[in-house]
Every structure is written in structure tokens, then in C-alpha cells.
Design a protein around this ligand. Structure first.
Ligand code: ARG
Length: 472
């Protein structure tokens, strides 16, 4: 097939090279953005008297027909036409003749692919942000379902102090809030309009790039034509945000996988969200959290791959940059799927409150509160720590829990102990007294839940801004 760029060539492209060079198998995804971008470009060209209004109308009509054909699956993407841009331009020219050939005036594929990817990513960040919001709402719903449930809090995966289960889950809410903000930063970087770089140096035609930016709902225009076609920072920012998000989802996955084990038995996944074993009839496996944990690897991989592709690339466009898209698309698909599935996992999960509470009876996680009790009676904290440590060692030797000790036994460690020590060391008291800002005390957690609700409304406003700055 004759190429749109075939003028200076005297041989056909080698079949293997054609296949290797082509990106249509994955960049077809950009068709809506490509068509919308071309319509805006043609409109601007005619307003600037670079093409006639008749040509503009023919171009727009042809592009709309192509859009409909792609959407009803009657458009045939051809590897020989390399990528989405040439596939559309060739069919347009076949449809409308010479006017089609005028569309590419003052434009290069280098700026076209940059434009499409910026627009595509803006749409996807809107979707991802909505999914983060839904997962955060699910977290709040689960917190409200189990407002009084107490579980062991851990450091070094050793039981440390009792905490509210809702307090534990809310930690993930705030990780997701930071993820949301990072994606907002990526949106701002994607919200810059590259078209009109004219391959690299700008163009001799009297174009109006700001008009195209307004038409396509961009806030800014690239100030430098070389930067416009070489920049992939906005994709890297998105992939960095995606990697950190996946790291968070991988951490919650690891916890849920542990909690589902017989050793912990803290939670049970809904039957609809777990799978069985083909050989062991008793098994109920947490495949979905495991898969999310596993898929984190490919998202990190795509980030490193694109950093490596762009490192050392001379300005401006190089074909290496075509390698940005498969990793980007896979990152988008993976994080959207993971967020959507996680919301369901959380909402369906049953929490074993009895088991969580039972393990706290004799695990000494109220030892800090024993030390704090002595401090409040006047003992310096270091000394109180020592006394409580001795009590724990005594209990281990005697196979007792701290709350099993008699007042005499307490007093043998310090005269400062009196009857109220038992009340001070009740697990419920230990949790509820931790009322410092951001702590696990139930009145604090209620305040944190209110802060979380405020964050949700702010995030919803941000998503409305995204809606105003995107098309679909
Ligand atoms: N398919 C190419 C890409 O994705 C489009 C730009 C190609 N430009 C060029 N001059 N070969 O990067």
C-alpha cells in the first residue's frame, strides 16, 4: 500500500519492518481523542484562513463518519497504515479527497500523538479519581459498620497496643487521599496543549494554538515547541502516582491475606470474592488480594520501563517514545480494575470481632497502659517502663495475663498501684483513652471520620472540575 509519507521512497516497506514499526494494535484506543483533536485543528485552520470553510466542513463530516464506523466496528484498522493517526487520515482522504490532504497542514504526527495522549490521560485520571473516591467511601461504610470493634495494633508484626478496627482501616483512607492528590498533580501536567509544535520548531502558518486549547478544554499551551513533542513527564507522573497507589493496595492486600489465614482468622471474604482449590476441598483462597499484590509488580515495571526509555533521549521526538503507550494503557487498566474490585472486597468482608477481641486478653498489649498508669501516679516514664516490663516477665513465668494479677501482686512491683489499676488496664479503656489528635480513641475516630467526609466532598468538587475539562 502507498504510504502517506511515501514521496521520497522507491521501495515498499519490508513486511517484518512494517509490523515491528506499527502501533495500531494498541494506539487504536486513542481514536476519539484523535478525531476530536483533528476537528479542533481543522476548525482553527479555517478560522485562521489557512483552509476554506468548505474544506473544514468536509473534514468534520468525514471524521464524524469515521468515528461512527469505529464505534460500530465497521472500520478496519490496518497495520500497513502504522498508527491510529495515519489510519484515520488515510480513510478520511479516501472519503473526501483533496480536503482530507489539507487537514495535516501545520501539524505533525509528533504533536498529534502528544495531543491524543494528553487528552486520553485526562479522561482516565477523571475515572481513576472517581474509583479512588468510591473505595474511600467503602472504607467509611465499613468503619461505620464496626464502630466499636477492637483489634491488636502491630509493630514488627508483633502485637503492640489495642486499636479500633476502624482506626486501622482509616489509615488506608488517608493513603488514598494522598494518591488522589498525586493524580491531581498528574492531571495538571496533562492539562497542557501540545498541538502546533509542527513536529519540533513551530510553523510558518498563522495558527492559533490558544484557540485549539480552548476548544479542547486545556488550561495551558506548551510554551516551547520542542518540549511539547518530547515531554512524557505527565505520563511518568501518572505512573509514579499509580505505582504508589498500587503499593498501598498491595499493603492492604498483604494484611487481608494474613487476616484470612486460620492463624489470624480476623476476617472472612465473601464467598463471591474468594476461590476454591482444585484439590483441597476445605480451601477458601484470597486470590483477589493476592492478584492485586502481584499486579503491583507490572505497574512498577511500566514506570521503570518508561523512565529508562526517556533517559538519554535527545530532543525532540524519537520513535522510542512510541513505547510509552502499552505500559500506560496497562497501568490504567490495572489500577482501575484493582480499585473497583477492592471496593467490593471491603464491602463484602466479614469481620470476626469476637476473635479479634479474644486474642487481646492475654497478649500484654495493655503493658504500655500499665506504665502510663504509674507515670500518672508520679513515677518517671523510664522507671515505669521497667516496672511494667518486670510485671510482664512475672506473668510469662506464671502463665498469667496482666489483668489476672491480684492487687498484692501488683503492689509487690510498686506501692503506687491501687484498685483502679484494673480499670485503667481494661482493653476498652486502653483504646478509649488514646484521644490525642489522630489517635485511636473512639471520640477521636469519630472526629477523623468527619474529617474524612469533608475530604470526600472536596474530592467530589475536584472530579467536577475534571468533568468540565474533559469531553467524554
Ligand atoms: N505512532 C507514533 C507514536 O506513537 C506516532 C508519532 C510518530 N511520528 C513519527 N514521526 N514517526 O509515537
Amino acid at each position: 500500500m502507498t504510504k502517506l509519507w511515501g514521496g521520497r521512497f522507491s521501495k515498499n516497506t519490508d513486511a517484518l519492518v512494517e509490523e515491528f514499526n506499527s502501533s495500531i494494535s494498541f494506539d487504536w484506543r486513542l481514536y476519539k481523542q484523535d478525531i476530536l483533536g483533528s476537528i479542533a485543528h481543522a476548525t482553527m485552520l479555517s478560522k485562521c484562513n489557512i483552509i476554506t470553510e468548505e474544506d473544514r466542513d468536509l473534514i468534520i463530516k468525514g471524521l464524524k463518519e469515521i468515528l461512527a464506523e469505529i464505534e460500530n466496528n465497521s472500520f478496519e484498522f490496518k497495520v500497513s497504515l502504522e498508527d491510529i493517526h495515519l489510519n484515520i487520515e488515510k480513510v478520511l482522504t479516501d472519503k473526501i479527497g483533496q480536503a482530507g490532504g489539507r487537514l495535516h497542514t501545520a501539524r505533525s504526527r509528533n504533536d498529534q500523538v502528544a495531543l491524543d495522549t494528553h487528552m486520553y490521560l485526562k479522561e482516565e485520571i477523571k475515572e481513576v479519581s472517581n474509583l479512588i473516591l468510591s473505595m474511600q467511601e467503602a472504607i467509611i461504610e465499613v468503619c461505620n459498620k464496626y464502630p466499636k470493634t477492637i483489634m491488636p495494633g502491630y509493630t514488627h508484626l508483633q502485637r503492640a497496643q489495642p486499636i479500633l478496627f476502624s482506626h486501622h482501616l482509616l489509615a488506608y483512607f488517608f493513603m488514598l487521599e494522598r494518591d488522589f492528590r498525586r493524580f491531581k498533580g498528574a492531571f495538571e501536567s496533562a492539562d497542557i496543549m501540545p498541538l502546533g509544535a509542527g513536529a519540533l520548531a513551530g510553523t510558518t502558518y498563522p495558527i492559533d494554538r490558544h484557540m485549539v486549547a480552548d476548544e479542547l478544554k486545556f488550561s495551558r499551551v506548551y510554551e516551547n515547541s520542542l518540549d511539547a513533542v518530547s515531554d512524557r513527564d505527565y505520563i511518568l507522573e501518572f505512573m509514579s502516582a499509580a505505582s504508589i497507589l498500587m503499593m498501598h493496595l498491595s499493603r492492604i492486600s498483604e494484611e487481608i491475606i494474613l487476616w484470612c489465614s486460620s492463624e489470624f482468622s480476623f476476617v472472612e471474604l465473601d464467598d463471591a470474592h474468594a476461590t476454591g482449590s482444585s484439590i483441597m476441598p476445605q480451601k477458601k483462597n484470597p486470590d483477589i488480594p493476592e492478584l492485586v499484590r502481584g499486579k503491583t509488580g507490572r505497574v512498577f515495571g511500566h514506570l521503570i520501563a518508561l523512565l529508562t526509555v526517556t533517559k538519554g533521549l535527545p530532543l525532540a521526538y524519537n520513535k522510542d517514545l512510541q513505547e510509552d503507550k502499552e505500559g500506560l494503557f496497562d497501568t490504567i487498566d490495572t489500577i482501575k480494575f484493582s480499585l473497583a474490585v477492592y471496593k467490593e472486597i471491603l464491602l463484602g468482608m466479614k469481620v470476626n470481632e469476637v476473635r479479634m477481641r479474644a486474642v487481646l486478653r492475654d497478649d500484654f498489649s495493655n503493658a504500655t497502659d500499665m506504665a502510663d498508669y504509674l507515670v500518672k501516679k508520679g513515677m518517671p516514664f523510664r522507671q515505669a517502663h521497667e516496672v511494667a516490663g518486670k510485671c510482664v516477665a512475672y506473668c510469662i513465668a506464671e502463665k498469667k495475663a496482666l489483668l489476672d494479677l491480684s492487687l498484692e501482686e501488683f503492689k509487690s512491683f510498686s506501692e503506687l498501684f491501687s484498685e483502679d489499676v484494673l480499670e485503667a488496664m481494661q482493653i476498652e479503656t486502653c483504646v478509649d483513652k488514646r484521644n490525642s489528635f489522630g489517635g485511636t480513641g473512639s471520640s477521636q475516630v469519630q472526629k477523623t471520620l468527619q474529617i474524612a467526609a469533608g475530604i470526600i466532598s472536596k474530592e467530589k468538587e475536584t472530579v467536577s472540575v475534571y468533568k468540565a475539562k474533559t469531553h467524554f
